[in-house]
Design a protein around this ligand. Structure first.
Ligand SMILES: [Zn+2]
Ligand SMILES: [Zn+2]
Length: 243
């Protein structure tokens, strides 16, 4: 799963760096932004799988050992479990954006004034513990008899997440864009989620159907013009103490 994410990130990073307009955005970001982005990517690729795997597996062995592999049903159960987890994430993400202290935890993801693949994993360390994915992936794998389809969905979810933080959308107005966009989040959808104008929209990061279902899908047909916050916030405040 992590390997596929690394490959997806690397491909989008290369494409971003070979595009003249994207490259100028990359060049103008501050040293603070670079440190936060790079540290977040390292945590995402290497720290989280180890941390989440060991904590969640340990808890499952302690509390759920008699339920290990209890969910049968073959590949369908794995797909269904991931769809359910993604629906929980939709609400989890929406609650992050409510007027509560949880917004401070999530605000690190929304600080950058640029929008590209390098900001995908940018999150305060503590915020991971408040994300359903941190707990849900390990618990699902533990409970499923066959977790292959679940892990395949999770890998696809990771690819869509990196893609949605790029400017590389499908041909505008094409049938392909309509079909893919009716199921999945498109880059332009997530760019609106990072915009200054309308950030409390498009909470889904994999399936777009949850936003459609709950009236939070925002597709005005053009791209936002400005992202994030102008003020400079230290690495410490963004990664460790986002209050
Ligand atoms: Zn958000
Ligand atoms: Zn994002």
């Amino acid at each position: 799963m992590s390997t596929i994410s690394i490959i997806a990130f690397s491909l989008f990073a290369v494409v971003t760096l070979t595009s003249k307009s994207s490259r100028s955005n990359v060049k103008t970001r501050s040293r603070t932004d670079w440190i936060v982005d790079a540290a977040s990517l390292l945590i995402h690729f290497f720290g989280l799988p180890i941390l989440s795997g060991s904590i969640v597996y340990g808890l499952c062995e302690w509390l759920l050992s008699s339920y290990r592999g209890v969910i049968g049903g073959g590949w369908f159960s794995g797909v269904l479990a991931y769809v359910f987890l993604d629906y929980l994430w939709y609400w989890n993400h929406r609650i992050f954006h409510a007027d509560t202290p949880l917004w401070s935890l999530h605000s690190t993801h929304h600080k950058p004034t640029h929008f590209d693949v390098f900001i995908t994993a940018r999150n305060a360390v503590a915020s991971h513990f408040a994300m359903v994915y941190f707990w849900g992936i390990g618990i699902s794998v533990y409970l499923l008899k066959d977790s292959n389809s679940f892990l395949a969905m999770a890998a696809l979810g990771g690819v869509v997440n990196f893609w949605s933080h790029t400017e590389y959308s499908l041909p505008k107005g094409s049938i392909l864009e309509k079909i893919v966009g009716s199921i999945f989040v498109l880059p332009i959808d997530h760019s609106w989620h990072h915009s200054r104008e309308e950030s409390r929209v498009n909470f889904g990061t994999f399936f777009s159907v949850w936003d459609r279902l709950h009236g939070t899908l925002h597709r005005p047909g053009h791209s936002p013009t400005a992202f994030g916050e102008e003020k400079d916030v230290s690495v410490w405040k963004q990664l460790v103490w986002p209050v």
